[in-house]
Write a protein that binds this ligand. Structure first.
Ligand code: ATP
Length: 305
């Protein structure tokens, strides 16, 4: 039977803990991070076509490249190379994850394209290791495949699942303009070269946070959220301080810059509190868009057509 196309749904991520160690010889930093997949998704559809094309739809389609540099296109090319076939497919991305927002939107699309193309081409996943291809595509792509909650080491591509109980409720304050991840790491290196790094977690494992997540106790989790990249993101985008303050003033238990930013993520006591915080933040004008999302949720998965 010929398959007409395959669609994957892939979650965004936030980092509940992001510890940044020293710069490695390969230009990456050694990380110790606790990823959490959130219920905010992109859908990636792959169909047979005469040549490789990318079409982007959805509320966040702007600023997403529709040429071969799109991470979903690169993922399809990498899988096609690996199995020795041509990558002639049309890729459609329905984009809801903020772009350049520190929520791994590009990585999500790469992970979605990998599992959708693997399905379309009937790739035997016992023979072809998608996780290995994912790691070559980007540090966050393996986590987009696995989802849930996971400890990431190396540059984030080495994953260990983390026990978690229940759901945590978040409000996301999305900025109108993104921040470049390499720029934020460079700013961190500059700040570190200039002096004080006493607040850095580095590569220490976030044991206390892992215990708190396993217990499902949101009030134990809130004070342990940590991001070594936050000072760098705030240095490049000072207005984010106001956003973070507005979230806690609106009743969130804690707020943090998500990954390299500029999205700010606010942890709330429960689903109702998240709706209240989102309503108040929307009115405060500190963010272009305000969303609620809960997690951990599953990673990239195929959805029926
Ligand atoms: P991370 O959290 O993994 O550091 P991010 O969420 O900050 O990443 P992305 O949304 O992945 O950032 O986008 C980073 C850049 O990658 C964008 O500015 C865009 O030019 C490029 N890009 C390539 N492919 C995609 C894609 N499918 N979706 C979004 N951006 C893409």
């Amino acid at each position: 039977m010929m398959i007409g196309g395959a669609t994957a749904r892939v979650p965004a991520k936030i980092n509940l803990h992001l510890g940044v160690g020293p710069l490695r010889d390969d230009g990456f930093h050694e990380l110790s991070t606790l990823f959490c997949a959130l219920g905010m998704h992109d859908d990636v559809t792959v169909r047979p076509a005469e040549e490789l094309t990318v079409t982007v739809t959805g509320e966040n389609r702007r600023a997403v490249p529709s040429d071969a540099s799109n991470l979903a296109a690169r993922a399809v090319v990498a899988l096609a190379d690996r199995i020795g076939r041509s990558p002639d497919v049309s890729i459609t991305i329905d984009k809801h994850i903020p772009v350049a927002g520190g929520m791994a939107g590009g990585s999500a699309d790469a992970a979605g394209a990998l599992i959708a193309a693997a399905r379309l081409w009937r790739v035997d996943r016992d023979q072809v290791d998608l996780h290995e291809i994912a790691a070559e595509l980007g540090s966050d792509v393996p986590f987009s495949l696995t989802g849930g909650a996971a400890l990431g080491t190396g540059r984030g591509e080495k994953l260990l699942p983390v026990l978690h109980r229940g759901e945590f409720h978040w409000v996301l304050a999305v900025s109108g303009t993104g921040l470049s991840t390499p720029d934020v790491y460079r700013e961190l290196d500059r700040l570190r070269a200039a002096g004080d790094r006493t607040t850095d977690a580095g590569t220490a494992r976030p044991d206390g946070l892992m215990v708190a997540i396993a217990s499902g106790d949101v009030r134990a989790v809130a004070p342990l959220l940590h991001n070594d990249l936050q000072p760098a993101a705030l240095s490049l985008r000072p207005l984010l301080r106001r956003t973070l303050r507005a979230g806690t003033e609106a009743g969130a238990l804690a707020g943090i810059v998500s990954g390299s930013g500029p999205t700010c993520a606010f942890l709330c006591a429960d689903a109702a509190a998240a709706v209240d915080v989102a309503a108040e933040l929307s009115g405060s004008g500190v963010a272009k868009a305000v969303r609620t999302a809960s997690g951990p949720v599953a990673g990239a998965r195929l959805v029926p057509h």
